[in-house]
Ligand binder design. Structure first.
Ligand code: GDP
Ligand code: MG
Length: 163
């Protein structure tokens, strides 16, 4: 079976942007599990002859918890639990937010490698801002910018090393 990589994180950190950036697609609705998990998207990615399946879980549904059925929650949990590697996306421009901590909380007990993807580091001087995310206590930290195309190859290497 193809290794599974799941993108998680609070709304607006750039999960969908990361998905499209890694897939090198603008519009990336490849698998649409509408009615099963809202906003879930999956695509096959190849990097240096290594294949993995990338899933955008669409933000753990914590934007509006009341709007999510238990079924949807279970699907999201399944995405997390079936993932071989988890990309936890955060935003260097906002810093650590309470919802980031909630996501980390929900990942507790998930014994899969986590890569802490500090997105929106559009310029090199912003990389130091990402140090703050070490306090989340989870995952190997890497700064990226999907819009400025920073550290894509480096992120793919980290993923490959953990599959
Ligand atoms: P999601 O809710 O986590 O899926 O986030 P989106 O991918 O929809 O992105 C949320 C917003 O962040 C959008 O306005 C994106 O254009 C913006 N964004 C995404 N990546 C970057 C980045 O690397 N730098 C900056 N400055 N903005 C970004
Ligand atoms: Mg999204």
């Amino acid at each position: 079976p193809v290794p599974q990589v799941a993108i998680v994180g609070r709304p607006n950190v750039g999960k969908s942007s990361l998905f499209n950036w890694l897939a090198r697609r603008r519009l990336a609705i490849v698998d649409d599990y509408e009615g099963v998990t809202r906003d879930r998207m999956t695509t096959l990615i190849e990097s240096e002859d290594v294949f993995f399946e990338l899933t955008d879980t669409g933000g753990l549904g914590i934007e509006d918890p009341d709007d999510l059925t238990d079924d949807v929650r279970r699907q999201i949990d399944m995405a997390i639990n079936t993932a071989d590697v988890i990309l936890l996306v955060v935003d260097v421009q906002t810093g650590v937010m309470p919802l980031d901590e909630l996501v980390v909380e929900r990942l507790r007990g998930v014994e899969r490698p986590v890569i802490l993807v500090a997105n929106k580091s559009d310029q090199a001087h912003q990389d130091t801002l990402a140090e703050e995310f070490h306090k989340l206590g989870r995952g190997r930290l890497i700064t990226v910018s999907t819009t400025q195309n920073r550290n894509r190859d480096e992120l793919l290497e980290l993923i490959r090393d953990r599959l």
